[in-house]
Design a protein around this ligand. Structure first.
Ligand code: NAD
Ligand code: MN
Length: 364
């Protein structure tokens, strides 16, 4: 029996509600398979830890999770601590410390979900957004001087390296190649950002030559927002910089029905370090502690974790269970216009998993 060692980091707000739900679902999948099981270690890092210790996680915290097979993350963000401290002190520390340079965000309109686009059938919206996750606008380079004086100055410098751009574009071409349509849209802004984004475009052209079977095009990020809304079926795989993809993927999540459904994986494709799986939403201060959080984004993230671990059949079983649950409006949480609680949705997904034919782990 194989044991996967998982670091569970609920973090703040509804992270503390959806991560336990995600663990519960992983246990249900493990019980069904009989072939593998999960060993969780919980790390109570985040806002409460900050109040006691003045930091979001211990200085040597990465060493405590370095040897895990994967990380299940909730959210970092506390109403009483500035957002840049919570984000940089925990989530980005893990993403950057473990060089999880590929952030992958699949978006689909799941059965039973009513998306906001009038003329978009569910089959018209099936995207994977690949986000550069290690540099660019969020490199953390910059500073402030003359603070509080009229001549105060502040800079956030976007840093793009040839190596960093090459590896994310190559990763995105591979994802596009693995999907039926073999279609990639490279998001750019090389009209206004005339240095790094021009290099980005040049490298896209170079890397594309390694993938002659992938059809690709370029789109400026502002035009891409309109295309996502007006012509969603013309898109399949998208790749964009850290900032551009951050914004496009929240739009994608909204177009697919709710931020509460959207999953993400922060991958180290070379597997030098554990990868991290999390819903894309934040701490949701307005609903935290009320049992109203939609756990589907976390469950879909768990599907991505199972895929990363090579448990393809288990991943499919869980995705089927998720789609059976979203198909039933009685099992929708408030963000989808329903009345179900986090626990009800979780138990329903576990019940569908338990009914599934036994997971055959090897035969994929
Ligand atoms: P948010 O995602 O927390 O909430 C936005 C809106 O969506 C809220 O109305 C919320 O109730 C709703 N929502 C989000 N997830 C939901 C779910 N699972 N079920 C039902 N409704 C859900 O974004 P925000 O309000 O901009 O940020 C709140 C805090 O979270 C901030 O501190 C921010 O920095 C942090 N944050 C963290 C992450 C992360 O750790 N990855 C991501 C985004 C925001
Ligand atoms: Mn974001």
């Amino acid at each position: 029996m194989k044991t996967y060692r998982i670091a569970a980091i609920p973090g703040d707000g509804i992270g503390k509600e959806v991560v336990p739900a995600g663990k519960r679902v992983l246990e249900a999948i493990g019980a069904l398979s009989g072939d593998f099981t999960f060993e969780f270690e919980d790390f109570a890092w985040g806002g409460d830890y900050y109040r006691r210790h003045g930091v979001m996680m211990p200085a040597d915290g990465l060493n405590e999770i370095r040897n895990k097979d994967a990380i299940l993350f909730g959210s970092a963000g506390d109403p009483h601590i500035p957002d840049h401290i919570t984000l940089w002190g925990l989530r980005l520390k893990i993403c950057q410390g473990f060089d999880q340079y590929a952030n992958v965000r699949p978006t689909r309109i799941l059965p039973g979900i009513d998306g906001p686009l009038k003329r978009c059938a569910p089959k018209d919206l099936d995207w994977v957004i690949v986000r550069e996750n290690s540099e660019g606008e969020y490199a953390g380079v910059g500073g402030r001087a003359h603070q509080g004086h009229p001549i105060e100055v502040a800079t956030d410098v976007s840093m793009m390296t040839r190596a960093g751009v090459e590896r994310i574009l190559r990763f995105a071409f591979r994802i596009a190649q693995s999907r039926p349509r073999k279609l990639l849209t490279v998001i750019t802004k090389s009209n206004a950002q005339r240095h790094a984004m021009v290099m980005w475009d040049e490298i896209a052209l170079e890397v594309s030559k390694e993938f002659p079977d992938v059809t690709w095009d370029k789109e400026l990020v502002d035009a891409a927002t309109a295309r996502m809304v007006n012509r969603p079926a013309t898109l399949d795989t998208l790749v964009a910089t850290n900032l551009h993809a951050d914004i496009l993927s929240d739009l994608a999540a909204a177009l697919a029905g709710s931020l509460g459904i959207a999953p993400t994986a922060n991958l180290d494709p070379e597997r030098r370090y554990p990868s991290m799986f999390e819903p894309i939403h934040g701490s949701a201060f307005d609903i935290m502690g009320k049992g109203l959080a939609n756990p589907i984004g976390t469950f879909w993230s768990v599907v991505m974790m199972l895929e990363h671990l090579g448990e393809m059949s288990a991943a499919r079983t869980l995705m089927n269970a998720i789609e059976s649950v979203t198909a039933d409006p009685a099992l929708h949480t408030a963000d989808l216009g329903g009345k179900a609680s986090t626990v009800q949705v979780t138990e329903a997904v576990c019940a569908f998993v338990a009914q599934a034919p036994a997971v055959v782990t090897k035969a994929v």
